[in-house]
Ligand binder design. Structure first.
Ligand code: GTP
Length: 306
């Protein structure tokens, strides 16, 4: 299988910033409202999640209370920061003391430089729903500039997120994209499918998280940017509404509107596929049978579960 590998992801940030909330929504079928019941994380919780059957992510959800943070930077420093694939630092946008959080971030980066110098670094400006719509852009720009001043030459990606908005899926899809091995191979196969089947747009979602793993858009479809970010959260909400705790319970959704066809279907064991076409000559039946054919192909790429 092309996906087989194990990766360590650190989730850090002050207590209450939303680390456990976001990973419970993405990977454990929590709704945003369920997260209100979460207590603080004691020390580090290691959560193993499988993506596409074989890519194994170990999320290190590091409790953010001060005494824990202190030990991450002292006695536990090597244990926490060694062999890290990605550091995700979560900032609570409701908190007042951004400067003191930046000091924590700096300490994380110092440790990362020593123990995992190739780690990717992502900062999330989280709980954006609590920032008024008029001031959002300004605040994001300000905080990002402040942040960049501290990170120096390190490449840091910044996203603004909220558990109540599709932005959470946008950020986590990008996160997943950047650590997925062989993402290019998957994209190539999607591109071929688009060209052969004359489809405008195709998106592959991971089945438990509904994160968009890869997408391809034909030239003329590129104007419709970002549709799949919204789609992740719509599908997730839909699936929660069906009260399904494991994975997708629907087999497929097919919509035909004025020469425009949208199909969302259970695809391989670990994925859901969304296909959009505006080719007036296309029928739902033809498109469905084309999807079946590529599906066999993707099953081979995915390989059997270990
Ligand atoms: P520690 O485990 O102590 O480090 O905290 P944590 O970072 O894991 O925080 P947790 O996920 O437990 O979230 C704390 C509270 O923030 C919960 O009540 C969540 O419902 C709330 N919360 C999380 N994300 C958001 C968000 O995007 N917006 C808003 N308004 N609240 C959020």
């Amino acid at each position: 299988s092309i996906y087989e590998t194990k990766k360590k992801i650190l989730l850090l940030g002050k207590s209450g910033s939303g680390k456990t909330s976001m990973r419970s929504i993405i990977f454990s079928h929590y709704s945003p409202y369920d997260t209100r019941r979460l207590g603080p994380t004691m020390d580090v919780e290691n959560i193993s999640v499988r993506v596409l059957g074989r890519l194994q992510l170990t999320l290190w959800d590091c409790g953010g209370q001060e005494n824990f943070m202190f030990s991450y930077f002292s006695t536990q420093r090597e244990y926490i920061f060694k062999s890290v694939e990605m550091l995700i630092y979560v900032f609570d946008m409701e908190a007042r003391d951004f400067e003191s959080e930046l000091l924590y971030l700096e300490q994380c980066l110092d440790a990362i430089k020593v123990y995992s110098k190739d780690a990717k670094i992502v900062c999330l400006l989280h709980k954006m729903d609590l920032v008024s719509a008029e001031t959002r852009d300004r605040i994001v720009n300000e905080k990002t500039a402040q942040l960049m001043k501290r990170t120096g030459k390190l490449a840091v990606e910044v996203f603004s997120t909220s558990i109540f908005e599709p932005s959470l899926y946008r950020a986590w899809s990008r996160i997943m994209n950047s650590i997925m091995p062989n993402i290019e191979i998957i994209r190539q196969h999607l591109r071929q499918f688009c060209e052969v089947a004359d489809v405008a747009e195709v998106v592959l979602f991971e089945k438990t998280s509904f994160l968009a793993i890869a997408e391809y858009q034909a030239q003329e479809a590129r104007a419709r940017k970002g549709t799949f970010d919204e789609m992740s959260s719509i599908l997730k909400t839909f699936n929660l509404a069906l009260n399904n705790k494991r994975s997708t319970s629907f087999r497929s959704i097919r919509i035909r509107l004025k020469g425009f066809i949208l199909i969302i279907t259970n695809f391989t064991k670990n994925t859901v596929l969304m296909v959009i076409t505006d080719n007036p000559a296309m029928t739902v039946a033809t498109l469905s049978s084309n999807i079946k054919i590529v599906c066999e192909h993707f099953k081979k790429l995915e390989g059997p579960d270990p």
